[in-house]
Each structure stands twice: as structure tokens, then as C-alpha cells.
Write a protein of this length. Structure first.
Length: 70
């Protein structure tokens, strides 16, 4: 089960990883841009992990999301 938020953040992580890989293979890679891209990836991974940790409580609680929709 994944939400739209998880899918969007996951796709952003995949895009950033592809860009990072292409920049590493490029001879014109700027160190500042590489550092910035690494920071962005770390931020996105933290957002993804924090969301999952917070939502696990609601997903596993008795009754799940049923109580929120009443």
C-alpha cells in the first residue's frame, strides 16, 4: 500500500539518482552541483522515511483509517 505522496517522492528520488549517475559519468560535472544533488537526495530520502514512519502508526492501528473517515 502506498500513497500518492510516497509515489511522487519515490519518482523524484529515482530522477535525482539518474541525474547524479549521469553527472558522475560526465567530464564536465561541477562539484558544487554534485554536492547540491547529494543534499537533495538525502532530503528526499528523509522525507520518504519520515512519512513512512509516521503513517505506519495509523496503518497498523486497530481499525486503520476507518476512524478518520467517520
Amino acid at each position: 500500500m502506498s500513497s500518492e505522496y510516497e509515489q511522487n517522492v519515490g519518482s523524484l528520488i529515482a530522477e535525482k539518482l539518474e541525474k547524479l549517475e549521469s553527472m558522475r559519468n560526465s567530464s564536465q560535472a561541477n562539484q558544487t552541483e554534485l554536492h547540491t544533488l547529494n543534499l537533495e537526495l538525502e532530503l528526499l530520502e528523509n522525507l520518504y522515511d519520515n512519512y513512512n514512519l509516521g503513517m505506519n502508526y495509523f496503518r497498523r492501528a486497530k481499525g486503520g483509517r476507518k476512524g478518520l473517515r467517520e
